[in-house]
Design a protein. Structure first.
Length: 103
């Protein structure tokens, strides 16, 4: 899990959605905004993915796990990561490749 200072708050997400850039793949869509601070992330997993909160929270934690080793390389970006309904094998490897395209 990322430290609290590296997680976005609900109020901050709206600004990223309005002004941020987009990169996407079949499994993920990432909205990002360049900032002067550390990397901050907010994963979004909708009820369309799973109706069970336990499963959605597990997917959020896996997204945090995938992003945390990349924190130094993605310094200066705020990101909102949306999980798409399409599920494939190697899902989180795809996320790493997608995040490295941001720079």
């Amino acid at each position: 899990m990322l430290p609290k200072k590296q997680r976005l708050k609900k109020e901050e997400i709206a600004g990223i959605l309005k002004r941020g850039g987009i990169v996407s793949s079949p499994s993920f869509r990432v909205r990002y905004l360049k900032t002067s601070e550390d990397m901050r992330v907010a994963p979004v997993v909708s009820k369309k993915i799973s109706k069970l909160a336990v499963k959605r929270n597990s997917l959020r934690r896996k997204i945090y796990e995938t992003v945390s080793p990349l924190a130094e390389r993605l310094k200066g970006f705020d990101m909102v990561i949306f999980l798409q309904k399409n599920k494939e094998t190697g899902l989180f490897d795809d996320l790493k490749d997608l995040l490295l395209k941001i720079k």
